[in-house]
Design a binder for this molecule. Structure first.
Ligand code: NAD
Ligand code: UDP
Length: 348
């Protein structure tokens, strides 16, 4: 992080998949990190590499609740607040829709108020889901989206849209210097095997020889970004000193169908799993691909990790995490671009 040495950075949702990699990267660049998480979908083991680091502290709390007085104390300086708190997997955020919505609205408000009090920068981890099932392709930040406001995904999609609105209201009122990242599908080590997302499902199914579940015909597309690239983009956006007047897409523009993803994972693992088709979930977006011109122009950012490299690192990690690997299935490669203790993290 630019000028990171000595900076105090709060990461809400820091025990999660992306948040824990962000905490690692911030600490390794010299920041002091305060991680806030309620372990709803995050895991203690994600924080193992940092557990003895004096530059890292953890507060178990739900951001929906009023923040701890210790955090609000004027003796605790905070220079930057990353708000990543919110389940990202459809299965998890739909399991507790009210909590998802309140996390986005009340949690974001609490963290914005904290940033205002501390005169800290604030970054919201928003999502490509604000584009819903898009009529504009690829998705540019100027597209307002096509979201079902009452469907099962609404707690997340509309929650994030409300969080964005609140964030820009704080900016308009001159209360906080804000940034909003619209994150597209991200994958890598530390995804939960049980989170129901396509990358984790397909890899764990391939490694264990179980049927690969393709929802619908598998012709829907997504664009998958490796987590190290995404974390780099988030840090650049937080460090950006200019005026980004709106949200910034962060994702890998290489688009593929679910069937193409499955074929790659089967080839890379040598798995003989069968592909079975299951019903397409309600409101499942048909296609998704970021236009990242703005991130490229403002931040000089574009993803560097090729899909095969990222998948190899992720497959290796899932194989090491305890997935049952039948004889003949390959599990090679190293966790790419995660550096230090995070690379190939052994989980207990
Ligand atoms: P994750 O579920 O692994 O991490 C979310 C973290 O937030 C977890 O540690 C969870 O315990 C914590 N959390 C949830 N609600 C909380 C609350 N009320 N109070 C405190 N902590 C809470 O998900 P992720 O994939 O790491 O996603 C991180 C952020 O990025 C999320 O805000 C998500 O919406 C956004 N995002 C992720 C993706 C992706 O593909 N992973 C895509 C778009 C946006
Ligand atoms: N998907 C699938 N099989 C699975 C899990 C997901 O075919 O086992 C599909 C899902 O319907 C969607 C795509 O893969 O079209 C991406 O799903 P994911 O949950 O990973 O992300 P999101 O829908 O939030 O983009």
């Amino acid at each position: 992080m630019k000028n990171g040495r000595g900076r105090v950075v709060l990461v809400a949702g820091g025990a999660g998949f992306i948040g824990s990699h962000l905490c690692d990267a911030l600490v390794s660049e010299g920041a002091h990190v305060i991680c806030v998480d309620n372990f709803r979908t995050g895991r203690r083991q994600n924080l193992f590499p940092l557990r003895h680091d004096s530059r890292f502290e953890f507060i178990e709390a739900d951001v929906i609740d009023p923040l701890k007085p210790s955090l609000l104390s004027s003796r605790v300086p905070i220079d930057a607040v990353f708000n990543l708190a919110c389940a990202a997997s459809p299965a998890h955020y739909q399991a507790e829709p009210e909590h998802t919505m309140l996390t986005n609205v009340l949690g974001t408000r609490n963290l914005l108020a904290l940033a205002q009090k501390k005169r800290a920068r604030f970054l919201l981890a928003s999502t490509s889901e604000v584009y819903g099932d898009p009529d504009v392709h690829p998705q540019t930040e100027s597209y307002w989206g096509n979201v079902n406001p009452t469907g099962p995904r609404a707690c997340y999609d509309e929650g994030k849209r409300a969080a964005e609105a609140l964030t820009f209201d704080y900016r308009r009122a001159g209360r906080v210097s804000v940034r909003v990242a619209r994150i597209f599908n991200t994958y890598g080590p530390r995804m939960r095997a049980d989170d129901g997302r396509v990358v984790s499902n397909v890899i764990t199914q391939a490694l264990s020889g179980k049927d690969i579940t393709v929802y619908g015909h598998g012709s829907q597309t997504r664009s998958f970004c490796y987590v190290a690239d995404l974390v780099d983009g988030l840090m650049r956006l937080m460090d950006y000193d200019g005026e980004a007047s709106g949200p910034v897409n962060l994702g890998n523009p290489i688009e593929l169908t679910v069937n193409e993803l499955v074929a790659r994972v089967l080839a890379m693992t040598g798995s003989r799993s069968r592909v079975v088709n299951r019903p397409l979930p309600i409101d499942d977006p048909r296609r998704r691909r970021p236009d990242i011109s703005l991130a490229n122009e403002l931040l000089g950012w574009s993803p560097r990790v090729a899909l095969d490299e990222g998948l190899e690192a992720t497959i290796t990690w899932f194989a090491g995490e305890g997935a049952k690997v039948p004889a003949g299935v390959k599990a090679t490669g190293r966790a790419k671009g995660l550096g230090g203790a995070a690379a190939g993290l052994a989980v207990s």
